[in-house]
Design a protein around this ligand. Structure first.
Ligand SMILES: [Zn+2]
Length: 511
């Protein structure tokens, strides 16, 4: 008995809360937290006779999400009741879309560059086909994961098990608009599943349909995973595990990695094989780093789906779809490609600058005012982000505007100040929020570009360091940087670095 190889197969279901002003089927405010049971009405409490009304913004956000994830949008919308009993679901059913999802047939492209090398095209663990056996490689740059459907749902209330003998229920969350994104089982590694979630989070945040805060439960992922195992030339499949409610990228990766090992062991030791009728429902125990079987169920559970009689199926017009589609805007990957082409920035820089929509817009505003966009990008990446990190704030909370950074960048590009002086100006600017031009004028900062003065500095340095000069002459060209440092030091950091480099070079050649 020998296992020749195995393939991991993962499909995801992501629940994502939408940021509409009001709940899905009533006028209660849609917001996280607050005093329990302060944002409720007969409809979202599930009182008998209360009538639901579909919120237009809810459908609009569903369309925006669907378009951003490359889906087809249905012109026909219908809701269904999914019946089950749970204390936080007083209606006894959840409103969902069973057989007519709003969005179908989409996809998400995962950039290889954000995966380990072994998972990229041609890598040892690369799987170049999707679950249907078709090529999933896009231009040697992306792995395509197909989205089967996105349907509209509502969240339920929240049970609170506090100290003492009682449990409590908070219905503020009841009726919160949700979408459920269901993929085909096109992912083949825990890393890809985590990147999928990360990519979807980034896209849906860009199009502003969700806050996407995993810690607040805005997005949760269920991962379905099993293995195809080749043994002595025969192929076997392990039983599917559905790991519920993964609420961090780390948890997705760790839980799937654990399941791979567990299923492999189970196959080797107990010869457990796939049975289409059954799957294991698992939870992830983060503290102990293992999955726990919650129930082994028949995968067909009778939810007694019926069309929701209180919401008459309705037409979503082409005009409504087209207006919603206009709100999608530029998506993160398109923005990254444009930043690379337009500004000549590196993959790494572009990734950071587009990590949030706000930061990317802030950068672009600064870029528009800049002579040298690379310099501006560097100032943001090296200096500004360090301040944001230190203060633990986002770009929207910073006390300067893009013009500040652009002006500083331009002063450097025009050789009005050296990079050493720029650091001083930056610190002052962050403190006082004054514009760099004003700070430079006030401090009387000047760059020495006068050739005679710089040549003097150069000559002094060469005289004082004969050994370094000899080393340079003997081919140790890396001494040059050190000599440049000495020249800059001698000038008090004020020498125009470009002229100083040229003059030092010329002087070294002459002697
Ligand atoms: Zn309500």
């Amino acid at each position: 008995m020998a296992i020749d190889k195995y393939k991991i197969v993962i499909g995801c279901e992501i629940h994502c809360q939408l940021t509409t002003k009001t709940k899905a089927f009533c006028a209660c405010e849609n917001r996280y937290g607050g005093m329990p049971n302060t944002r409720v009405c007969p409809a979202c409490l599930g009182l008998p006779g209360a009538m639901p009304r579909v919120n237009k913004g809810y459908i609009e956000m569903g369309i925006i999400a669907g378009k951003a994830l490359n889906c087809k949008i249905s012109n026909y919308a219908k809701f269904d009741r999914k019946h089950y009993f749970y204390p936080d679901l007083t209606k006894g059913y959840q409103n969902t879309q069973q057989d007519n999802p709003l969005c179908t047939d989409g996809f998400v492209d995962l950039p290889y560059i954000r995966l380990s090398e072994n998972l990229r095209k041609g890598g040892n663990d690369w799987v170049g086909e999707n679950f249907a056996g078709n090529n999933n490689d896009i231009d040697g740059k992306y792995k395509r994961v197909r989205i089967e459907r996105i349907h509209m749902e509502e969240d339920v209330g929240k049970s609170l098990h506090l100290e003492g003998k009682y449990s409590y229920i908070d219905f503020n969350r009841s009726g919160t608009p949700l979408i459920e994104i269901v993929t085909k089982p096109d992912m083949n590694s825990p890393e890809e599943a985590a990147l999928f979630m990360e990519t979807v989070q980034e896209i849906l945040r860009y199009v502003q349909v969700t806050n996407g805060n995993l810690e607040e439960g805005n997005m949760r992922c269920d991962a379905n995973i099993n293995l195809s195992i080749w043994e002595n030339g025969k192929i076997y499949h392990t039983p599917i595990s559905e790991i519920k409610n993964l609420n961090s990228f780390r948890a997705i990766k760790d839980a799937c990695s654990y399941e791979v090992k567990r299923q492999l062991d189970e196959f080797i030791n107990d010869r457990k094989e796939f049975d289409s009728g059954f799957k294991n429902t698992m939870g992830w125990d983060e503290a102990n780093g293992k999955t726990i079987i919650q129930r082994t169920k028949n995968s067909f559970v009778d939810y007694r789906f019926t069309t929701e009689p209180d919401i008459i199926p309705f037409i979503v017009t082409d005009e409504f779809i087209s207006n919603a589609s206009k709100k999608v805007g530029e998506l993160p990957e398109a923005k990254r490609n444009r930043f690379k082409n337009e500004y000549g920035l590196s993959d790494f820089d572009v990734q950071t600058l587009t990590s949030s929509r706000d930061l990317s817009l802030w950068f672009e505003e600064a870029a528009k005012l800049s002579i040298d966009v690379k310099k501006t990008a560097n100032l943001i990446l090296a200096e500004l982000l360090a301040v944001l990190n230190e203060k633990a704030i986002t770009i929207s909370k910073i006390n300067i505007i893009p013009k500040h950074i652009a002006q500083l960048s331009n002063a450097m590009a025009e050789n009005k100040i050296t990079s050493k002086q720029a650091k001083e100006v930056f610190a002052d600017m962050m403190e006082s929020t004054k514009f760099p031009d004003e700070i430079i004028a006030k401090k009387g900062m000047v760059v020495v570009s006068d050739t005679d003065t710089i040549v003097n500095f150069v000559k002094q340095v060469l005289e004082e360091n004969p050994q370094a000069v000899a080393d340079f002459k003997n081919g140790k060209t890396n001494v040059f940087g050190w000599l440049m440092g000495q020249v800059m030091k001698k000038s008090g950091g004020k020498a125009n670095p470009k002229s100083a480099t040229e003059l030092l070079n010329a002087e070294l050649e002459r002697i």
